[in-house]
Design a protein. Sequence first.
Length: 113
Amino acid sequence: MVLRKVDDAVEQFKKNCIKQGQALEAGNYKVGNKSAKSIYESIVFLKANHQIDLLKPFLFERNENLRIWSARALIHSYSSLCLKVLQDIANTSEGIHGLDAEMVISEYKNGNI
């Protein structure tokens, strides 16, 4: 999908974060990878249009994967808040999302994000 509107990018981001999280939990990496590509496209579009802050409300959503991706996208703008969100997930989630949150924290601290 070629993104042309900010609202479409935000909706695509949310939809694909949820879809990718479900795919990872089910072990369906083909769907997960396709969704991740759409997530990256949304982030790039929102950054290019100076609208990345529209993802901030997703830091407080229930879906862990949505929170992780939002924190990753916003970590340079809201590092304290995003690190707290990621640490909370890392401390409370026993599955793939806890590990993913730990990896995002590590990659950020190592300067790779």
